[in-house]
Design a protein around this ligand. Structure first.
Ligand code: NDP
Ligand code: GDR
Length: 372
């Protein structure tokens, strides 16, 4: 039975990848961080009591800032494959915590690679690094491919650039099987609540149910190439099954604006939006309502305003990937469109909002978390 170790198993991708590998028959080990409250919601459905015989999903406490911990876990598990998905992954937050972001995202990757080398596992253990389209930052050509030059625009992207190159370096210097997946934005109902797509689907669903007054957004003209996390974790595994390690761009090859995603999400809730004003004064109002998914709204209500606190000190305005190499060499093509994904996310968040509404109406009101 193959063994995989996933850092960041409690995150969006980690949870889908763990499911995927379990279905493939792997024994899956994940590293979770110690937190003062439960933080395993995304993997609770695949959790197996460690007392169960033959449990194939095991969690270890650990942290990418702790070398001795990583070395001990690697030594115990002796994995065939390591997926380094753990990261401080929020671009805006990386401007607030640049040093921590570098420690986890850049040095954490080095710590893992060094632990593999120290334990003499480089002949056995294959390594996947979660690289990112943020490396392209201020884009030098469109669409972006594996050979497009990098110009990172945030402490997050700069840290991930170190991680990218240290993985390449360990491949070249020590013959390690190390690959970079240069993944463009990918989303799902499990996406963290403060990334833009989830903030939109969750925020609009809450507004539709009367749980929040208004959505406050930053640069809604940003352009992204959005795919579904389920499609992208499949590719992470495929990359480690090749004869030789290589780096791949994973994207859909289609680009839309944040504004477009807002319109789709609203439409999923039966709301037609009208945008008016410019710059900081731009707003979106309800132009029409169909169906019964937005009982709290009336035509003319303002549901979106711009708040400059969501502008970034340096923005990545546009990203569009070319996944031709992944298609040609691995036969990978995304199966879920961005519109299907948006519908799935909106339906998921509407259900949660309806549940919260029923609880509130019966006196079991809980505050709606809106930190962003
Ligand atoms: P998430 O933010 O959902 O998950 C990040 C994971 O990393 C969580 O499990 C988190 O733990 C863990 N983590 C954070 N800090 C540490 C630390 N110090 N030590 C160990 N683990 C830590 O990210 P995604 O699942 O969306 O992304 C997975 C990876 O892919 C990340 O590296 C991200 O940067 C990268 N990426 C993501 C893209 C996307 O569009 N989703 C695109 C390209 C790259 P906890 O749950 O406790 O917070
Ligand atoms: P990104 O994703 O920065 O591309 O990084 P995010 O969803 O945070 O932002 C996408 C774009 O939307 C704009 N935007 C807003 N973003 C957020 N979060 N909140 C807002 O209110 C808002 N308004 C507008 C942003 O300015 C940006 O242009 C994600 C992360 O998953 C990274 O870890 C990963 O590496 C990259 O995708 C690829």
């Amino acid at each position: 039975m193959k063994k995989a170790l996933i850092t960041g198993v409690t995150g969006q991708d980690g949870s889908y990848l763990a499911e995927f590998l379990l279905e493939k028959g792997y024994e899956v080990h994940g590293i979770k961080r110690r937190a003062s409250s439960f933080n395993t919601q995304r993997v609770d459905h695949i959790y197996e009591d460690p007392h169960t015989d033959n449990a194939r999903f095991k969690l270890h406490y650990g942290d990418l800032t702790d070398s001795s911990n990583l070395t001990r876990i690697l030594s115990e598990v002796q994995p065939d494959e390591v997926y380094n998905l753990g990261a401080q992954s929020h671009v805006a937050v990386s401007f607030e915590s640049p040093e921590y972001t570098a420690d986890v995202d850049a040095m954490g990757t080095l710590r893992l690679l060094e632990a593999i080398r120290f334990l003499k596992l480089e002949g056995k253990t294959r390594f996947y690094q979660a690289s990112t389209s943020e490396l392209y930052g201020l884009v030098q050509e469109t669409p972006q491919t594996e050979t497009t030059p990098f110009h990172p625009r945030s402490p997050y992207a700069v840290a991930k650039m170190y991680a990218y190159w240290i993985a390449v370096n360990y491949r070249e210097a020590y013959g390690m099987y190390a690959c970079n997946g240069i993944l463009f934005n990918h989303e799902s109902p499990r996406r963290g609540e403060t990334f833009v797509t989830r903030k939109i689907t969750r925020g609009l669903a809450n507004i539709a149910q009367g749980l929040e007054p208004c959505l406050y957004m930053g640069n809604i003209d940003a352009l992204r190439d959005w795919g579904h996390a389920k499609d992208y974790v499949r590719m992470q595994w495929m990359m480690l099954q090749q004869d030789a390690p290589e780096d791949f761009v994973i994207a859909t090859g289609v680009q839309y604006s944040v504004r477009q995603f807002i319109e789709w999400s609203a439409a999923e809730l039966g709301i037609t939006l009208a945008f008016s004003g410019t710059g900081l004064d731009e707003i979106a109002t309800v132009a029409a309502i169909t169906g019964d998914k937005a009982p709290a709204l009336r035509v003319g209500d303002v549901v979106l305003r711009i708040d400059p606190r969501y502008f970034r000190p340096a923005e990545v305005e546009t990203l569009l990937g070319d996944p031709a190499k992944a298609k040609a060499k691995l036969g990978w093509v995304p199966e879920i469109t961005v519109q299907e994904m948006c519908a799935e996310m909106a339906a998921h968040d509407l259900k949660a909002a309806q549940r919260a509404r029923v609880l509130k109406d019966h006196g079991y009101s809980e505050p709606v978390a809106r930190e962003d």
